[in-house]
Structure formats: structure tokens, C-alpha cells
Design a protein around this ligand. Structure first.
Ligand SMILES: C[S@@+](CC[C@H](N)C(=O)[O-])C[C@H]1O[C@@H](n2cnc3c(N)ncnc32)[C@H](O)[C@@H]1O
Length: 234
């Protein structure tokens, strides 16, 4: 990592360390409770490949990993850079008596797994936080088996002008307000919103995935384009 990457990385890591306690609650409010439905869709897509080895990158409080753990015979490695987020994931997994998830502190840009190892990789609301998007996605490509699938759920900006206007109102008034009222960490949530604006638009992101080597890329718009599921094969 160079100095700029290093300081961005520390900044992003600290944001998530600071909001871990209320992250799940805020996520429900921010997505009008839709994120859980979209995460279940990730599991449905994954099941089609009868996966045995799954990696959930940027697992946070473990929401997606926990849903994936229901796939029969699958072992899930779940990684994140924030120890506080992982602590919450750990408590949830223990409470539910789940024994097929391995949590690890690890960066998406430096995965500690062998080449061609996983059948499925999932990344929920994680890629836009990567310090180095190309490196993070290239690492996913490296550890994915041939024909394995990368499933990404990420925020996006709606294209329809009316929906975009409503989206702008929600993101500039509603989200900072609830962030202030419920977490007093509006600054952290403003970072999350700004990271959405800085994330490459759909076509550019598809180009990046293509350049890295991913094929057969499919996109599924969610909530009029406020989130998108990307499915890409190696
Ligand atoms: C918005 S949360 C998403 C959590 C969860 N996947 C979900 O869908 O609810 C983003 C997570 O990405 C993690 N993260 C940020 N940069 C990362 C990186 N470079 N490598 C791995 N995890 C990262 C953060 O610590 C945080 O837990």
C-alpha cells in the first residue's frame, strides 16, 4: 500500500469500527428493510452452483455469511478488516449455533487463500469501500475456481431522472437525519453516501470486471436502481 492508500484504508476501517454496534439497525432503516431480501437472492444465486467453498468478503456483521451457511455441505470463509464488525458477526454466529463459518480479519486486496479455491464469492456493500478496487477484484478473481461465480450487491445511483431526484432527497435529508438521530455518527454515514457517489457507474464497473477477466456478467437492478446485484463468472 502507498501512503494515500494506507491513510484511506485506516479512515475506512475506523468508520466501520465506530458504527459496528448500530450497523444492522441502520442498514434496515437505510434500505427500508430491503437489504435482507436482496441478500437472500445472493443465496439463491449461489445455490445453483451447489457450492462447497464460499468466501464472503467484507462480511461485516456476518449477515450474508449467516444466510449462506444454510447451504447444505458448504463451508463459508468470511473476512473483514474491522474487528468490531467481526465481533458482532461472531456473537450472532454463536447465538445461532452455526458451525460452518470461519471468520477472519483480512483485506479484500490481500486474500490469504490459495488460487482457484472458492466456488462462490459474495461481496455485500463492500466493493465501494475497497482501498484499491482493481486489486480487490483481481484477488477475488485469483481465489475463485474456473466457472466460479462472484456475486456483488452494491449501492448504485438510479438512472431515471424522477427516481434519481427522490433518491437525492432521501440520501441528502433522510439518511443523514436518521444517522444523527439514531447513531450520532452522521459523519460516518455521510462517508457511506459519498462513497456511493464516487463508485464507478454501472457501465464503467462492468468494464472493470471485464478487464480483470470476469465473463458472463449479469446485473439485476434493485429498488429502481438504488442497489444492483452483479453476477460474474471466472
Ligand atoms: C457496508 S459494510 C457491509 C457489511 C455486510 N457485507 C452487509 O452487506 O451488511 C462494509 C464492510 O466492508 C468492510 N471493508 C471495508 N474495506 C474492506 C477491505 N478492503 N477488505 C475487506 N473488508 C473491508 C468494512 O469493515 C465493513 O464491515
Amino acid at each position: 500500500m502507498n501512503n494515500i492508500e494506507e491513510s484511506n484504508f485506516s479512515y475506512i476501517k475506523n468508520i466501520f469500527e465506530s458504527i459496528s454496534n448500530e450497523y444492522d439497525f441502520m442498514n434496515d432503516l437505510m434500505t427500508f428493510n430491503n437489504h435482507s431480501k436482496w441478500k437472500k437472492e445472493i443465496v439463491k444465486i449461489a445455490i445453483d452452483s451447489s457450492p462447497k467453498k464460499i468466501l464472503d468478503i467484507a462480511t461485516g456483521t456476518g449477515d450474508i455469511a449467516i444466510k449462506l451457511s444454510k447451504i447444505k455441505g458448504a463451508i463459508i470463509d468470511a473476512i473483514d478488516v474491522s474487528d468490531n464488525m467481526l465481533k458482532i458477526a461472531h456473537n450472532k454466529i454463536n447465538k445461532l449455533n452455526i458451525d460452518n463459518i470461519n471468520l477472519k480479519t483480512c483485506e479484500a486486496e490481500n486474500l490469504v487463500f490459495d488460487d482457484n479455491h472458492f466456488d462462490i464469492i459474495s461481496i455485500g456493500y463492500g466493493v465501494r469501500n475497497f482501498t484499491n478496487l482493481n486489486k480487490g477484484l483481481s484477488e477475488s478473481y485469483r481465489v475463485l475456481k474456473k466457472n466460479g461465480k462472484l456475486i456483488i450487491l452494491e449501492t448504485s445511483i438510479p438512472e431515471n431522472p424522477i427516481i434519481k431526484f427522490l433518491y437525492t432527497l432521501i440520501t441528502t435529508i433522510y439518511i443523514p437525519l436518521i444517522a444523527f438521530l439514531f447513531s450520532r455518527k452522521a459523519k460516518a454515514y455521510i462517508y457511506l453516501l459519498n462513497s456511493t457517489k464516487k463508485f464507478p457507474p454501472k457501465n464503467k464497473f462492468l468494464e472493470i470486471l471485464n478487464r480483470i477477466g470476469f465473463k458472463k456478467i449479469e446485473t439485476r437492478k434493485k429498488l429502481y436502481g438504488a442497489s444492483t446485484i452483479y453476477i460474474a463468472s471466472k
